[in-house]
Design a protein. Structure first.
Length: 252
């Protein structure tokens, strides 16, 4: 709904890729704003942001009603260039910018062969967003986050040239989904909102693999079992932070 209100859907519906991303942005943040920040999104961010050292930047935010602090698809001018932040949250002590991705990558990157690129001249989408983020609230802390799929977050931010004073981190949709399921202290209305968001993220395909538990009581421990992954799945990760790609796996 918010994506349509903000004009992110064009009249010919030719921007379907962007629409899916903008729709997800509007649906998630547009619904989370109905829940007090300290009870909802703050708890998600405190546990989902990576690297974990950046999670402490959320501690000082003490906002209950926070709709006035939330700006979607915010356009900021830097000299002759206008850069759009998918999400900007402007609190008393910190400004948080979030670049939201669904299935796509960054809209602009630097050439790998250009060694003269600096944080001030980089065309990288996150570098540009960091430059405009520093213009907002000069005396506040700055945090730029990438919100994307589990398998691409770390890869996308690798090598991004950042402006001094702007911290760069990421959080995955899979981790957000996991943290939503741990929220407590919500009233009935807030629980309904969170339940709808959980259903949406699961339908979008962000349900993370957790275990091989099967409701079968007569499996023989003498035999061997195998499984195959769909061709589209390149790798998956376990809670021990070890990524497995090719080969054989044994589980005790």
């Amino acid at each position: 709904m918010l994506a349509e209100i903000k004009g992110k859907i064009n009249s010919l519906n030719t921007n379907l890729t962007e629409l899916r991303e903008d729709e997800l942005t509007g649906n998630f943040f547009g619904n989370m704003r109905y829940i007090p920040f300290t009870k909802g999104l703050k708890q998600v961010l405190k546990n989902a942001i990576r690297p974990v050292e950046l999670q402490t930047m959320i501690d000082d935010i003490d906002a209950y009603d926070w709709n006035d602090h939330l700006f979607l698809w915010d356009k900021v001018r830097e000299n002759e260039t206008i850069t759009e932040l998918d999400v900007r949250m402007d609190f008393a002590s910190i400004v948080i910018g979030i670049e939201v991705k669904y299935r796509s990558g960054l809209s602009s990157k630097d050439m790998q062969t250009d060694e003269n690129v600096s944080a001030e001249t980089s065309f990288n989408q996150l570098s540009r967003e960091a430059r405009v983020l520093r213009l907002i609230g000069p005396d506040k802390k700055k945090l730029l986050l990438l919100l994307a799929d589990d398998l691409v977050c770390a890869k996308i931010i690798q090598g991004v040239k950042m402006i001094d004073g702007v911290a760069l981190g990421y959080l995955s949709w899979q981790e957000v989904l996991l943290q939503l399921k741990t929220l407590t202290g919500l009233n009935g209305f807030e629980q309904l909102i969170v339940a709808d968001i959980i259903d949406l993220l699961e339908k979008k395909g962000f349900l993370r693999f957790s275990n091989f538990k099967m409701d079968i009581s007569d499996i023989s421990i003498e035999g061997f079992w195998n499984f195959k992954l769909p061709n589209a799945v390149k790798k998956f990760s376990f809670e021990i932070d070890t990524v497995v790609e090719e080969g054989y796996y044994e589980f005790g």
